[in-house]
Design a protein. Structure first.
Length: 134
């Protein structure tokens, strides 16, 4: 087995392990955020959380697979480390962008939901002028 094949194997193992770890962390800790976003509707939050988990795996494992190709022959351990660090760095950036994208969308949903359930503003009944200085 040559170093290029070993690089492929290491990349797949590390990338898929990182994807699984991030996905499970987001799944476990995101439930509270989603329950809040969906105004206490736990069944809806759990369902969306599970769908997000599946989507997260599909997008990220698909990206890892598409990004597998190296395109050069790797002949040294240094080349293995350089290629792996570049590829894993991109995978980590994609995982981070997906995470923050999800947070952004659900924060907007939460704000929209909160506006629907907030009481309308009350018109002021009296005016109070500030005291004049000097």
């Amino acid at each position: 087995m040559n170093l290029t094949v070993l690089t492929y194997i290491a990349y797949l193992i590390i990338s898929i392990t990182l994807t699984a770890w991030v996905a499970q962390t987001l799944f476990r800790n995101g439930r509270i955020f989603l329950v809040d976003c969906f105004l206490g509707k736990e069944d809806l939050a759990d369902s969306v959380n599970h769908l997000l988990l599946v989507g997260f795996y599909l997008v990220n494992v698909g990206f890892v697979a598409l990004f597998l190709r190296i395109g050069i022959d790797i002949g040294t351990v240094r080349s293995v480390l350089e290629v792996l660090s570049g590829k894993l760095g991109v995978v980590l950036l994609v995982l981070g962008v997906m995470h923050f994208g999800n947070i952004f969308v659900f924060t907007k949903l939460r704000r929209r939901g909160m506006r629907r359930h907030d009481p309308p503003p009350i018109e002021p009944t009296a005016r109070v002028d500030a005291p004049k200085l000097g």
